[in-house]
Unconditional design. Structure first.
Length: 177
């Protein structure tokens, strides 16, 4: 399975990552188990700090959007299952530009959909590659340094870093004041 850019499709990459983890732990995983994990991922709850942090941004007058490599129906299901869909003004998928993050076209799409210049948009992520891609596209960046996450070593440092989304939001609001 390939993506529009000629590489592996995210679904295939997800399955491959699951197989790699199983191999590292000397486990075997069949197609039924892969489907069960995929189903669980569709219904994960948000981290405990997310709802209050999103509410704080909304109360401060920020417009919120998601930018995802996932297909729109997948992310809509995930956001609704997590109970946070109503916090977002837009759900943006790279399907529109047929270029996966960290390609700059994905971030430019988000800025365009928000009727904003890239330099006035914040990308908040717990993935270093996503922060790197957004910085390359001219966005302001914030890194949620959850356990197990790291920044791309050669990439510029994010404008804001915090241990969780609450700390990141506090720093973004102070940065923007």
């Amino acid at each position: 399975m390939t993506d529009p850019q000629g590489g592996a499709h995210p679904r295939a990459l997800g399955g491959a990552a699951l197989e790699m983890i199983a191999l590292q732990r000397a486990l075997s995983i069949d197609d039924g188990a892969k489907r069960a994990v995929a189903e669980m991922i569709m219904h994960l709850p948000p981290h405990g700090d997310v709802v209050d942090a999103l509410r704080r941004l909304r109360d401060a007058g920020c417009r919120l959007a998601t930018l995802t490599n996932s297909a729109p129906p997948v992310v809509e299901t995930q956001l609704r299952a997590a109970g946070i869909r109503d916090h977002f003004d837009a759900v943006i998928s790279v399907d529109e530009v047929r270029r996966y993050k960290p390609a700059p076209e994905a971030y430019h799409l988000a800025a365009s959909r928000l009727d904003s210049e890239a330099a006035s948009v914040w990308l908040v992520a717990a993935h270093g590659w996503d922060v790197w891609g957004a910085s390359q596209a001219g966005m302001r960046t914030a890194f949620v340094a959850r356990p197990g996450q790291g920044l791309v070593p050669f990439a510029p440092r994010p404008d804001v870093t915090g241990r969780d989304l609450s700390e990141v939001v506090e720093r973004i609001l102070a940065y923007s004041a």
